[in-house]
Design a protein around this ligand. Structure first.
Ligand SMILES: *Cc1c(COP(=O)(O)O)cnc(C)c1O
Length: 226
């Protein structure tokens, strides 16, 4: 039994609460998604035992056996790039697909969700830094994508997700997070109250992301490191 996971979660929670308070918000508003990729079922069980119920995986092949083992007592988030031909495997149990990065993928999610009789909650991934290596809609594309996706009856767009670039320049990171928050606020006004999730912030930058308005952070390393 690895005792550090419980301690790490406690520490991450404290840091989330402090960042929320610094930005004048209630820590309860911030959802902590434990990113469990590359970790075993017994390790994930410890995460669950410590009270976390939102788990993120970035590959369907890894998510499926973990779902088999742990079931739907937790909420599964798909956070990595999703291939269209894999959508059908996860629709029956995935809680939130955070990484919708194309209209074609959204259409496939809609089709499979319709077949399954489900309305699937998703986030649109935004490539705010414009890096060629990153998936996602450009900030300019998001609005027209939302208009197009409004036709899809079995897809419910709950908000936006971003991955920050791996840079040490915290000033620039803060700028990207602030830009996302601005985009999110603009779109929220048009989309209404169910457009409510802004997923940004990982181990290296979740405090800055929260200070800039994130309400969902995806943390792996800080939870699992010894
Ligand atoms: C791995 C991953 C995370 C978590 O990263 P850490 O740095 O380990 O906290 C968050 N989001 C996505 C999309 C990831 O692939």
């Amino acid at each position: 039994m690895d005792m550090s996971i419980g301690k790490n979660i406690q520490s991450v929670r404290k840091r989330i609460a402090a960042a929320a308070e610094r930005s004048g918000r209630d820590p309860e508003e911030i959802t902590l998604v434990a990113v469990t990729k590359n970790h075993t079922v017994p390790e994930i069980q410890q995460v669950i035992d410590n009270g976390l119920t939102n788990l993120g995986e970035n590959r369907v092949q890894e998510l499926l056996p973990k779902y088999e083992a742990l079931g739907n007592k937790v909420s599964w988030h798909l956070i990595g790039h999703l291939q269209r031909n894999k959508v059908k495997y996860i629709i029956p149990f995935v809680y939130l697909i955070q990484s919708v990065d194309s209209i074609a993928l959204a259409r496939e999610i809609d089709k499979r969700s319709h077949e399954f009789g489900k309305i699937q909650d998703v986030l649109l991934e935004v490539n705010v830094s414009g890096e060629a290596s990153k998936h996602g809609f450009s900030p300019k594309e998001v609005l027209s994508a939302l208009d197009e996706l409004a036709q899809l009856k079995n897809v419910n767009i709950k908000g936006l997700m971003m991955m920050a670039p791996f840079i040490n320049d915290t000033g620039l990171l803060r700028l990207y997070f602030a830009k996302m928050k601005e985009l999110f606020d603009t779109l929220s006004k048009q989309q209404g109250p169910s457009f409510e999730m802004l997923s940004m912030g990982m181990t290296n930058d979740f405090e800055i992301a929260i200070e800039e308005g994130s309400n969902m952070v995806r943390v792996g390393t800080a939870i699992f490191s010894p």
